[in-house]
Design a protein around this ligand. Structure first.
Ligand code: COA
Length: 220
């Protein structure tokens, strides 16, 4: 078992566990993630060349204040990227880089990790550079990730945890149709303080209904 070097909002728990590949079919995602194309962004496997951009986008105070601390160097992000590829090969985790149309590099991440042996229950997390907040990039990318998780990976229940103080994180989940199930008291240690987190879930049958609304959110 290997410790996860960086988990946007996926908390601090170790995960069970190479080459990057960028084009594959959805069904063989363990050997390489497919390209997922939305109206504003493409989602793809992370590449080493994304490291400088991810460092610039995700290491700012406003992005990282409610997530596990990101790497602080380009080297650190390169190690994280290599780790994401190994985790995907192991079939326990996927990490998509968010690449806006017209750009070559990732400006954020969506991660999904299995919470059981077979990926029926999973947890996701996400972070975008703050220049892209409120632009529709989140909803566009989230729709692609949710389709992928429920259809290609076979997730039945997808959880998310967001610090109660994280207004944007909770707002983003709410507008996708996620259901807040409760509050995990003092569950996330950040900057020496235990924060309460909201526990959110989306079920595969929820998403069958909500996806069209979510798509409308993207287009308006
Ligand atoms: C989480 C994140 C990816 C969402 O992307 P985003 O572009 O900010 O999200 P959106 O603007 O599409 O949606 C956020 C919603 O929350 C709403 N919102 C913002 N601040 C809010 C607050 N304090 N309380 C409630 N809702 C709030 C927004 O109005 C928006 O809803 P709307 O589109 O209906 O107006 C992005 O904010 C981010 O990277 N944050 C830092 C990393 C992070 O915290 N990740 C963990 C999330 S659990």
């Amino acid at each position: 078992m290997e410790k996860m070097p960086y988990q946007p909002h996926l908390d601090q728990r170790p995960m069970p566990v190479s080459m990057p590949a960028t084009e594959a079919t959805s069904s063989d995602w363990r050997s390489g993630l497919p390209l997922l194309t939305g109206s504003m962004v493409t989602l793809r496997e992370l590449r080493m060349s994304d490291a400088p951009s991810l460092l610039a986008m995700l290491s700012t105070e406003e992005v990282s204040r409610f997530i596990s601390p990101p790497p602080t160097t380009v080297d650190g992000f390169e190690r994280f990227i290599a780790w994401t590829h190994r985790q995907r090969v192991a079939g326990q985790y996927v990490c998509f880089g968010v690449v806006p149309h017209g750009s070559d590099v990732a400006i954020g991440l969506f991660q999904v990790r299995s919470l059981d042996a077979g990926f029926a229950t999973a947890e996701w997390g996400f972070a975008l550079g703050s220049a892209f907040w409120g632009t529709g990039v989140f909803a566009d990318g989230a729709r692609l990730v949710l389709d992928f998780a429920f259809e290609a990976v076979g997730v039945h229940r997808l959880e998310a945890r967001a610090a109660l103080r994280n207004g944007r994180g909770n707002g983003a989940l709410r507008k996708l149709g996620a259901v807040q199930e409760g509050v995990l008291r003092r569950s996330f240690l950040r900057n020496g303080e235990y924060l309460d987190q909201a526990l959110w879930s989306i079920l595969d049958e929820d998403w069958d209904e909500a996806r069209f609304t979510a798509r409308a959110v993207v287009l308006h």
